[in-house]
Design a protein around this ligand. Sequence first.
Ligand SMILES: Cc1cc2nc3c(=O)[nH]c(=O)nc-3n(C[C@H](O)[C@H](O)[C@H](O)COP(=O)(O)OP(=O)(O)OC[C@H]3O[C@@H](n4cnc5c(N)ncnc54)[C@H](O)[C@@H]3O)c2cc1C
Length: 489
Amino acid sequence: MNLKSNASPGKVYDVLIVGAGLVGLATAISLRKRGVNNILVIDKTHEFRQVGQTLDLLPNGLKAIKSIESLAYQKIKEISLNLLNSSIEKNLDDQHSKTDQKKSSLKKRYWSQKNLDGEIIRSIPLDFKTWFDQYGEGRVSIPWYQLQTTLRSFLPPELIKINYRCVNLEKKPDYIKRNCVSNTVSENNPFAHWEMQRFSLKNEDKTEENKSNLLENKAFKAKLVVAADGINSAIRQVIYEDTNLSQWSKPQYSGWTAIACRSLDNVPESITEELNTKYFQGQSIITVTNDKIKKNSTLDESPRVILTSFKPHHLGYLIHSPFSLASLSQKSANDLIQLMLQVLEKSAFPSVIQQLVSLSNPDNLVKRPYYIHPANISNYNHSIWSQGKVVLVGDAAHGMPPFMAQGANQGLEDAAVIAPLITNIIQNNRLDDQEFISKQWAKYETIRRPFMEKIQEATMENHYWSQQQWDDYSEMVYSRNLEQLANSL
Ligand SMILES: Cc1cc2nc3c(=O)[nH]c(=O)nc-3n(C[C@H](O)[C@H](O)[C@H](O)COP(=O)(O)OP(=O)(O)OC[C@H]3O[C@@H](n4cnc5c(N)ncnc54)[C@H](O)[C@@H]3O)c2cc1C
């Protein structure tokens, strides 16, 4: 094969990081901070563009960033608090009121889960300070792209190469050769967190002929490979191939899908008023569930309806429901609206919520099935996050639905743990010592995998939790001292 590469063809990197998402970048920053400089980050994207939703970074994720690079932590906090303040100002402008009391009540916001009668089941504070006071670190919301851009700004641009999609790994005696293709036509990726399927978009012309005309082969050589290539990790597929993990190569459907219409126009005043009085009660985001439906009941198809009202007269919803993939396939937007109405009726959701959903504009409807790569697919004698010189981090290791807002937060914890272990390998000149390398991977998996099992379990089960279970979970996840954990390695 004719391998063309403009990336120093003979060069062998100590570490090649595949994926310039949050976790790949955080790992690179952490390695450089520790003096590991012979590294390269590659990503299949054609350009860094404004993709992805807004993410919540919770105390554990912020602690991880702080332990990796305190200046990045400061920057992220500054950006997200500025965004919050400008949205509060805008909200106040819309309401023509700027009293200090109103301002501070907007700052101290909550996201409540309510039952069908509008009674609060539990509430999560959304401001930085309440979390900080309780867990020693705050909580911020920041768009994925802004987080990625901020992390990128802490790395020299020449260290990140885009337009390289990793397709294969070749093991050579002294290094691993990473085969990549570039100039690929962008493909619809149902697993990527930024892809919501819009029904109004036309399919691009993506014939095989078109693709193959544009492909160029490239290869990179590295002693170690960190796979940070997301939930549909190409590297995981390569290392699981022909092993007893092969059935787990691709992410599994989690059983849950989100269907959303974020912007509903022309909602009649009577609906807005009923929703405001009974459910929103001054809040801008709430979740409504039927708390009479218990786990394993015959009515277990119980949707969770997130309602938003970020501006007056501007409503939206997002419904998480356990649809089967078969029930969603080949469905038009109008079919999905009917499907949601059936599910809401079956779970006894009040007519006002059904009426809201029936007002959805099919062109604004989006759907996203959620996938998971489970952390509990084998016992601890068998590594599922590494093979030879390759290690999986972030969503590649444990992608999951975002119900606990932990995907990125956990990935940042991975970065905080794996970087010192890789540094150990390099600074002790053990890049050719497989036994030593395997020991470092085993440490990483021993620290991170049991914890990820708990997080994934919480992600799938929290809907049925009592307040006590929530409090215990929060204490377990947010109060940990990550710096101590990293220093103990
Ligand atoms: C709707 C939604 C809301 C979410 N909200 C939250 C939240 O509030 N808080 C939270 O913590 N998490 C949240 N998450 C999860 C979070 O987005 C992910 O866990 C996080 O982005 C994972 O980071 P990553 O770097 O591991 O993978 P990704 O962010 O997926 O990055 C992977 C990178 O690898 C690149 N890549 C992929 N394949 C290849 C290849 N073959 N070759 C080269 N490059 C490749 C991609 O282009 C990408 O840049 C949410 C997810 C969704 C879907």
